[in-house]
Design a protein around this ligand. Structure first.
Ligand SMILES: [Zn+2]
Length: 270
């Protein structure tokens, strides 16, 4: 149940904050707030997230948090992650004055404002009026801030998972695009391009120039001109192929470097 709430919260928060969904954003926002607050209340005060008619509304969940949480500045409540533990812990890496908050900041006033705004937008749509209210950046931040609670912490995880799928998919699409482009060229032109010495042509011009020319995974020529390399191993080039136009992005290079590193670790587990 708690994992389901965390996932709903993460997907809806990403839709609002990162994907910039605009159609129906008010419904998605409500769903994110309700699931996020229900997970927090169920973790901090088990059972209080429910009323006689099931899980409380976002607004009622905020009331529970205001009643049981620790009042901070006006309109802001702190929910302690471990009521028996200290409010702050010093950072394990020992940075001076660096403290880790052992609580989640719930900006009740901002979230209530957002709930009112989304209801206004919904009402306007039902009556065919133009909605004159929109979610503010502050309200979206208040939603994202809930993610620091241990019952959630799911937004970053979800974004990482998405990145793992999205980056290789984008690279495959780019390879297909370059392959299609290559098919447009006649054999003579392909031979002419393949015969050129790109390593000589694109050699570094000065001592800080890190340009290298590498094998292209699409056309197979030594023609991928890389001005720099991945940030992990410094082995996978970021750049573009002169023959087929395939472009390897920094994200794709980093992703491939990570895969290489994992494969090496599997082969040599010491
Ligand atoms: Zn190529």
């Amino acid at each position: 149940m708690q994992r389901g709430r965390a996932r709903q919260y993460a997907l809806c928060t990403i839709a609002v904050g990162y994907d910039r969904v605009s159609d129906g954003v008010e419904g998605v926002f409500d769903q994110a707030v309700t699931n996020g607050l229900a997970a927090i209340v169920a973790h901090a005060w088990p059972g209080r997230e429910r009323g006689r008619r099931g899980v409380l509304s976002a607004s009622d969940l905020l009331t529970v948090i205001e009643e049981h949480g620790e009042a901070a500045e006006p309109g802001v409540v702190h929910v302690l992650h471990d009521p028996a533990g200290p409010k702050y812990e010093s950072a394990p890496w020992g940075v001076l004055n660096e403290r880790i908050a052992n609580f989640t900041t719930v900006r009740a006033t901002a979230l209530r404002g957002a709930l009112r705004a989304t209801q206004a937008i919904r009402h306007a749509r039902d009556t065919g009026e133009r909605p004159d209210t929109a979610l503010t950046a502050e309200q979206v931040r208040a939603l994202e801030e809930l993610d620091t609670h241990p019952a959630l912490g799911s937004v970053m995880e979800e974004l990482r998972d998405r990145q793992e799928v999205a980056v290789p998919a984008a690279d495959r699409a780019e390879q297909e695009r370059a392959t299609d482009y290559l098919h447009l060229l006649d054999d003579q032109e392909i031979e002419r391009r393949a015969a050129l010495d790109y390593t000589a042509r694109y050699r570094p011009f000065h001592k800080d120039d890190e340009t290298t020319v590498e094998d292209c995974p699409v056309c197979g020529n030594v023609s991928l001109v890389a001005e720099h390399r991945d940030g992990l191993l410094g082995a996978v080039g970021v750049g573009q192929c002169v023959v087929c136009s395939y472009r390897r992005t920094a994200e794709a290079a980093n992703d491939q470097a990570l895969t290489q590193q994992i494969q090496r670790a599997v082969k040599h587990p010491d």
